[in-house]
Write a protein that binds this ligand. Structure first.
Ligand code: UTP
Length: 289
């Protein structure tokens, strides 16, 4: 029987150079999509997948993330006394729900693999999720819940994937598959940013994973890879030699909010998905076009 996925690692310690200058003094994961930070959507997605313990991997100057997920007694008292109960519920967000949050400092941004490795003691010996918090997924069934369901079915390691836009596969981490039958297929490999024309498939790694704890030993002994960083993909490739990996073509769409245009697209897409906001948003967008 597979162990349940109870914990998720959210690495937020990257420098976010692609969204400068916006991300200079505000952590990029607190940038706004419609009316809340990117990270609020990702945390809600984690909770919807049954995650009990969220482990944030933090960098320098990111204390505002802890504040966002903590109580603000002055604000709450003020909203309560004015009878603004709906707004109070929104402000409380995930706070009222059971579950833990831990904040671990990554002393230097040595790469995504190193960031994940920083969570090893808090994860221990159980499968866990990794969520790249600048990737927002618009999906009817939350993307991580789809990954957790796939893990319950086939065990091992799960990587969420999505077809890359035509001609863009070389910009991403791309998987190769043993079979191509339905949405859940056994993987044979993965490659970061393949040269155009050499892509093993058009399916890119979209930022949600379920991994087995043996990844930590590999990350701990790993040399720097592409870009001088400790890469998660390199450790996953080594783990693939001894464990099963499945790619899940999840049902939904990924928006890369770590990129200026991606953040803009996410704002439009999420505004149009919001029942309380869609009509007004559509009118405003049409007026601009
Ligand atoms: P990115 O590749 O998006 O890097 O990292 P970045 O530094 O955040 O952004 P750019 O490319 O400079 O604009 C993927 C994820 O891994 C985290 C990032 O916060 C992001 O969520 N990360 C990356 C870390 O937590 N630590 C690192 O050392 C590197």
């Amino acid at each position: 029987m597979t162990k349940r996925v109870r914990k998720a690692v959210l690495p937020v310690a990257g420098l976010g150079t692609r969204v400068l200058p916006a991300g200079k003094a505000t952590p990029k994961n607190l940038l706004n999509v419609v009316d809340r930070p990117i990270l609020a959507y990702v945390v809600a997605e984690a909770r919807a997948a049954g995650i009990e313990h969220l482990i944030f991997i933090m960098g320098r100057g990111q204390g505002a993330i802890e504040d966002y997920f903590d109580h603000n007694p002055e604000l709450e008292t003020s909203l309560e006394s004015k009878g603004k109960t709906q707004l109070l519920t929104e402000v409380l967000g995930e706070l009222g729900r059971p579950g833990e949050m831990s904040f671990v400092r990554q002393m230097a941004p040595l790469g995504l693999g190193h960031a994940v490795w920083c969570a090893r003691d808090l994860i221990g010996d159980e499968p866990f999720a990794v969520m790249l918090p600048d990737m927002l997924m618009a999906a009817d069934v939350p993307a991580l819940a789809q990954c957790v369901a796939a893990h319950e079915k086939v065990g091992g390691n799960i990587v969420a994937v999505e077809p890359a836009p035509p001609g863009e596969a070389h910009k991403y981490g791309i998987v190769s598959l043993e079979t191509s039958d339905g949405r859940l297929n056994r993987m044979t490999g993965m490659v970061e940013k393949p040269r155009p024309g050499t892509e093993p498939s058009n399916l890119f790694i979209s930022g949600r994973y379920v991994l087995q704890p043996q990844i930590f030993e590999l990350l701990g002994s790993q040399q720097k890879g592409a870009g001088g960083e400790i890469q998660l993909t390199d450790a996953m490739l080594r783990l693939l030699e001894s464990q099963s990996f499945h790619a899940l073509e999840y049902e939904g769409t990924t928006y890369d909010c770590g990129d200026k245009l991606g953040l803009l697209r996410a704002n439009v897409a999420f505004a149009l998905r919001r029942p309380d906001f869609a009509d007004e948003a559509r009118r405003a967008i049409q007026a601009l076009l």
